[in-house]
Write a protein that binds this ligand. Sequence first.
Ligand code: BG6
Length: 482
Amino acid sequence: MAQNKKALFIIFGGTGDLAYRKLYPALYKLYKKNYLNENFAVIGTARREWSDPYYQEVVYDSIQEIKKSDEDAKEFASHFRYQSHNVNDTENYISLLKLADELDEEYDLEGNRVFYLSVSPSFFGTVSSHLRAENLITENGFNRLIIEKPFGSDFVNSDVLNNDILESFSEEQIYRIDHYLGKEMIQMLLALRFGNPLFKKIWNKDFVSNIQVTLAEDMGVEERGAYYEQSGALRDMVQNHVLQIVSFLYMDEPKSNDSNAIRKVKVEALRDLKIINKDNINHNFVRGQYSSSKDNLDILDYVSEHEVDPDSTVETFVAGKIESTHENWKGVPLYIRTGKRMKAKKTQIDIVFKNDATTFFPAQEVKENVLSIHIGPDEGLSLQLNNKKIGHAFEIEPIHLTYQPSADAPEDYERLILSALTGDKTNFVHWDELAESWKYIDSIREAWTNADSPLYLYEANTNGPKEANELLENDNNYWIWN
Ligand code: BG6
């Protein structure tokens, strides 16, 4: 039986797309599973002038597809209040405090507060210092600050942001979201790596030929042109999701299943990445931008998208060869690839094992063993093995052992919000990880500038420029998913 959690959520950015698409449905799922029941309340804030009934209607609307019954959805939405809020205005925090205290009393929340910042990072410091100054942080309960990415735009800027937040909240109270850490299959990666001697013993340079990480999207930048012009694929996907996956793939076995122990080995893995500079960038990283599609004339080039500069040189695709200086991984390339307007939505990790040529089975007859972890949209595992072909002759053929988890696995935001409620920081990004990942990303950006690296155009609905394939071909490798 799920244990009921008591808390008040104050969501900054309550009228936003993320809140509607992810947060309200995630809270509803926790409510349905009884992690939240009568002892929770939510205050949504944003600049717009919305009334409580209107806000509750929006919340009710956001859970239409998953609601158990109408009555249930309405009861859930009745826990929500709205306050129109200017993040710079002290008076607004004073009325927020009044409302928060009323709800605390009404729902018996014991002073537990989760402040959720789904706003521009330029407001992180202001909001957190007002929360402290206007006494929204309680003495009796827990106070946790969840922040959505982007956490700045480079190391220096994110360090400043972080220090601003640290004036009001301690690192222990800060929960930086990377929603990839809430995905079932990312968690499964740890179980696979450290729960099976079969993989544990061979997860190193002696047995692994190369690793491939693909985060492909078929969508373009949609309505987010203005944001994307500032971020590009490197900051939007590589700095966070890709490097988090890389740290899980490379890290040593943690001393225990405790968030500090896991963080320690993740930080070390990031620290061991071979730094990129202007001399090696063009052999290791490729940037691209989508152009229109020959087959689908409705698809715009990136530079024609809404709020995008017609002369923009922002990358919508990045492929790279990452290397680790760690003794276990020397010489094993880890290829990454992410982009918008690729062939399909596909997030996948492929571990390609070395092909072991013997006289019994010459190498050309056996395929590599490949462990593929399918993160989304379909979740699962597959393992490519060589097996005897049925029949009189002794021939071998590749087979695939597959596994698909049951459909009711918790979703990313649901898992992360519950972790924040229970105070489990394992699936949140610690400042040390963030600092290391920014330093690596900054080295790529600087090298691109210093080496005057080309921006390759690629046709929409393809898997990026051919130069991304050449990264692998130059090492006699090829993309497992293409
Ligand atoms: C977000 C990026 O962090 O991740 C988006 O800002 C991207 O641009 C999204 O579309 C991808 O997440 P998922 O879970 O759909 O793979």
